[in-house]
Design a protein around this ligand. Structure first.
Ligand code: SAM
Length: 290
């Protein structure tokens, strides 16, 4: 009986989805997590504290959003699908600390959005998003001029392995290097396909990346450093010298001089370099007169 008087969030979401005849859009990766107990565990892992501002990306049917509203100070949810508006209005009804905006997060101006809603205060990100935008959204957040203090996000298991990878391994990539420059990543929980509605065809992992208080390497120009990282991994079969030539328009001599100044072998491939070595190359690039 009490369930009818005070339905669980999962039931509220299921009723709202049914009532508004919502049909999941496969192309938007709409695999929802509706289990309140699972979401509560994920939010424990996300370490959201009562005074936190939280940017939730892709609220879906809003169960996670409602739980966040109980744990955090303010919640700003960004959802691309306007078709979810009636569902979210039902599920989030009366939650005064939640705002939902309908837009594509990839096109959003993060600074404007977070300054408007969090008055310029620090914020954290929580997201269960379609896996095809994992890398793009992580790079957008990590390289933003107003980066979050942490990012707790559901990713495909293989993406988690890439994010956690070490230099010199097959997995080491621009995404890993950029994220490790941003913060410390850890895998928190394995999530099986059956936890989602509908289930995806892949295993998932919930990960959290905590922004470093002080970055692991001191870059004189973070934008140039990121550009160098992307260039270093651009064509994996090419040597770093060749990738430098095409990305920065250097001559062979200039590329050689940069690598020499950085103390890096000119025949090395970018993927073999540590963050520290990549940063030395970036600093050397900054110091030569091109
Ligand atoms: N967080 C909800 C949950 O756990 O049930 C929904 C997860 S579902 C995997 C992904 C959600 O992200 C969907 O609601 C989808 O419409 C939304 N989404 C997809 N692409 C988006 C984008 N570019 N910007 C904002 N939201 C997006």
């Amino acid at each position: 009986m009490s369930e009818y008087l005070n339905p669980s969030l999962e039931l509220r979401a299921r009723v709202a989805l049914e009532k508004h005849h919502f049909r999941n859009t496969h192309s938007l990766g709409q695999n929802f997590l509706l289990s309140e107990s699972l979401l509560a565990l994920l939010l424990d892992d996300a370490q959201i504290a009562p005074d936190d501002n939280v940017l939730e990306i892709g609220p879906g049917a809003g169960v996670m959003t409602a739980l966040l509203s109980r744990r955090a100070r303010r919640v700003l949810a960004v959802e691309v699908d306007r078709g979810l508006q009636p569902v979210l209005s039902d599920v989030l009804e009366g939650l005064g600390n939640v705002t939902v905006v309908y837009q594509d997060v990839m096109k959003a101006d993060l600074r404007a959005l977070t300054e408007a809603h969090f008055s310029g205060e620090p914020y954290r990100v929580v997201a269960n998003l379609p896996y095809y935008i994992t890398a793009d959204i992580l790079l957008k957040l990590a390289s933003s001029d107003c980066p979050p203090r942490s990012i707790a996000i559901m990713v495909q298991k293989e993406a988690a392995e890439r994010v956690m990878s070490a230099p010199g391994t097959k997995q080491w990539c621009a995404l890993a290097a950029e994220l490790q420059y941003y913060g410390q990543a850890r895998v928190l929980t394995d999530v099986a396909p059956e936890a989602f509605d509908p289930p995806p065809h892949v295993m998932s992992q919930f990960i959290r990346i905590d922004r470093w208080e002080a970055p692991p390497v001191e870059s004189g120009d973070p934008a140039r450093f990121r550009r160098l990282i992307r260039a270093a991994f651009a064509m994996r079969r090419k040597t770093l010298a060749n990738n430098l030539k095409s990305a920065f328009g250097l001559t062979q001599e200039q590329a050689r001089a940069v690598l020499d100044a950085a103390g890096v072998d000119e025949r090395v491939r970018g993927e073999a370099l540590t963050l520290e070595e990549l940063n030395r190359v970036s600093e050397a690039l900054g110091s030569i007169n091109l």
